[in-house]
Design a protein around this ligand. Structure first.
Ligand code: 5GP
Length: 116
């Protein structure tokens, strides 16, 4: 997979392709995953096109904190009071397929551990 930071998620941010957006602010966007792996499967992304977590820099510390607090906010918004899983796939071995940093929120059913 290409690590070019121009991805399908950039197009979603710019509203060039449709997505089911559940939250937006100046720094972040959250939308439903097109291929859900659980009853609730939402992606939280920065508007800044950081390709992957391992590319984040010290100057991104506030942004990364904001993304996690956005996860909490969105999980509350969609009613995941029984809990949920937060996943960041990083790079090839991490199973990352879209090279725009994203945090998966998975919930709505009990989730097995460990993942594959
Ligand atoms: P990754 O494997 O990189 O961690 O996760 C990428 C996720 O993006 C996958 O769960 C995939 O279903 C989702 N995805 C890929 N393309 C689109 C799209 O065009 N729209 C939405 N809403 N999700 C997408």
């Amino acid at each position: 997979m290409s690590e070019n930071t121009e991805t399908i998620f950039s197009k979603i941010i710019r509203r060039e392709i449709p997505a089911n957006i559940v939250y937006e602010d100046d720094l972040a966007l959250a939308f439903k995953d097109v291929n859900p792996q659980a009853p609730v499967h939402i992606l939280v992304i920065p508007k800044k096109p950081v390709a992957k977590l391992s590319d984040a820099e010290s100057g991104d510390h506030a942004l990364l904190g904001h993304l996690l607090l956005t996860v909490k906010r969105v999980a509350e918004q969609v009613g995941l009071e029984n809990g949920y899983r937060v996943v960041i796939n990083n790079g090839n071995d991490g199973g990352q397929t879209v090279y725009h940093l994203h945090i998966h929120i998975l919930g709505g059913r009990p989730l097995a551990w460990p993942p594959g």
